[in-house]
Design a protein around this ligand. Structure first.
Ligand code: ZN
Length: 512
């Protein structure tokens, strides 16, 4: 007796629909599996047998052959447990095969017959839709993820027993387990730039950086608010479009990091990996490839606190994805490309003790300061359009609420400025492969950062006096463009250039 059930397999951030075929027959009791399977999939054998028994189904001793096709796709993951179990039950006449027709099935089984969540439900739903399949049977914990795609009938089950019941009763959309649409990131709702007193320059720099998606480095002594500043960045980023939300949710689905709510992600991510992060957790990879931090930070912020503490191979490895906005991982002869489209935010002390150039507190020699700065290589510094010094907060600023001249710079004010600049950029880059000022190349800079005579003279003067490199020159123009956009001006002014020069990436001591 033969039966076939549809399922899905992940490849990178996409999924492909596969057929799980089962044949049961007389002969010596056995359980064989074929179809280019990883060990993870082969282990389904024991789980499925025990789960079927513990769900109360009596099967006669029989020879079971499972094949997952097409054979040229390598299958990994634990999501094949449920389709294999259902196909075995269907081949034994215990599941109504007609109702399982054109249904993609995913789910991992526990030995007691309950169904555990799996990663990658969303890309499987998208793949199903592309093939004209409108029904999907998934673990109930993944139900909100399954419902993201319109017009898909979602059957969500918590156990093999219930899954069989829903199929045999012909249920094509069970709402009983669907929870209300919740967003997984409510974390930053309570944060606001109004919480930070003083630090006017750093707040303004942050606003400009976000407006043009410029990578920014905060440099300052311990306790000067670098982390507070960075953590609030998601509160002023522009809202995501539906396509961006879908793309991001897909990444988290594949990584198995959608969390309990599992619905469409609404807020931009803020990822802050620790110094001891492994290469594969950071860049992506592993035995069964998954996206890493640089991909999970997509559309949002990758924050490297105490950046000089990260291993050199992690820091240097960042240069390529920062340039290409994606990363390619080769695993078992197949290559996977994940997007790496994030805003890089770094924080560091200016020296080993943290207080340079405050000579009352810092005893580091110039040589030691240089060596400390050198942990961030020059090519990596080149990826930062902006660097801002954070000051130690003075006693008066901490205590006095009324003092706050800069409390006007709260998250809502800053977000409005960002949105204004964003709108200007959408218009400017319409039809190009660029979204933000920070992504402009030489050609775009020439086209969109044209200067008047007076501004030209100013930048020449700066250029001659400060030994700015060509790259440094471009950074200043790109940042100046964003400042003008915030102000709603087409033309870049001298003031915009001077301000951009003040933020230009590399600190002097690192160069000389
Ligand atoms: Zn020092």
């Amino acid at each position: 007796m033969y039966s076939s059930v549809l399922s899905g397999v992940l490849h990178g951030l996409k999924a492909e629909i596969v057929h799980v075929e089962v044949d049961v027959g007389n002969g010596l009791p056995s359980f064989e599996m074929s179809g280019f399977l990883s060990n993870e999939v082969k282990e389904a054998r024991e789980r499925v047998k025990v789960a079927i028994r513990n769900s109360g189904y009596e099967l006669p001793p029989q020879r079971i052959v499972v094949n997952i096709s097409p054979a040229d796709i390598r299958k990994s993951g634990t999501g094949f447990d449920l389709p294999i179990a259902l196909a075995i039950l269907a081949a034994n006449g215990l599941v109504d095969e007609v109702n399982l027709d054109k249904t993609v099935v995913l789910g991992e089984l526990s030995l007691d017959g309950s169904i555990n969540g799996v990663r990658g439900v969303l890309p499987c739903v998208c793949a199903a839709k592309e093939e004209g399949i409108e029904k999907i049977l998934i673990p109930d914990i993944n139900v909100n993820e399954g419902k993201i795609v319109d017009s898909m009938h979602v059957i969500a089950a918590d156990s093999l027993r219930n899954a069989v019941r829903y199929i045999n009763d012909g249920i094509i959309d069970n709402e009983e387990n669907a929870t209300s649409d919740k967003s997984m990131f409510n974390r930053c709702a309570a944060l606001d730039y109004a919480d930070i007193r003083g630090q006017h320059a750093a707040k303004r720099a942050t606003m400009i950086a976000v407006a043009g998606m410029h990578n920014i480095m905060y440099m300052g002594p311990p306790g000067s608010g670098k982390t507070m500043m960075a953590k609030r960045i998601p509160t002023i980023m522009p809202d995501m479009t539906f396509e961006e939300k879908l793309e991001l949710t897909n990444i988290y689905s594949v990584a198995g990091q959608l969390g309990d709510c599992g619905g469409l992600m609404k807020e931009r991510p803020f990822r802050a990996p620790y110094h001891n992060v492994t290469r594969s957790a950071f860049f992506g990879g592993g035995m069964y490839p998954r996206p890493g931090e640089i991909t999970l930070a997509g559309k949002g912020v990758l924050f490297l606190d105490e950046m000089t503490e990260f291993k050199p191979d992690i820091l240097e490895g960042l240069r390529q994805p920062l340039e290409d906005r994606n990363i390619t991982i080769v695993r078992m002869g197949r290559s996977y490309t994940y997007p790496a489209d994030f805003m890089l935010v770094g924080a560091m002390n200016p020296c080993k003790c943290g207080y340079y150039p405050d000579r009352n507190r810092c005893n580091c020699s110039e040589q030691e300061v240089k060596r400390f700065m050198g942990k961030i290589s020059m090519p990596l510094w080149d990826r930062f359009d902006m660097c801002i010094k954070t000051e130690g907060i003075s006693y008066e600023q901490l205590g006095d609420k009324k003092h706050g001249d800069c409390d006007a710079l709260d998250s809502s004010y800053m977000k409005q400025a960002v949105d204004r600049a964003r709108a200007a950029q959408i218009k400017r880059f319409n039809g190009r492969n660029i979204m933000y000022n920070s992504q402009m190349g030489g050609k775009e800079i020439e086209e969109f950062c044209r200067l008047g005579k007076e501004e030209e003279k100013l930048i020449e003067r700066i250029f001659a006096r400060k030994h700015i490199t060509a790259r440094g020159y471009h950074k200043i123009l790109k940042t100046a463009r964003t400042i003008a956009d915030i102000e709603g001006n087409d033309k870049i002014s001298s003031a915009n250039i001077s301000e951009a020069f003040y933020y230009r990436g590399i600190p002097e001591i690192a160069i000389h």
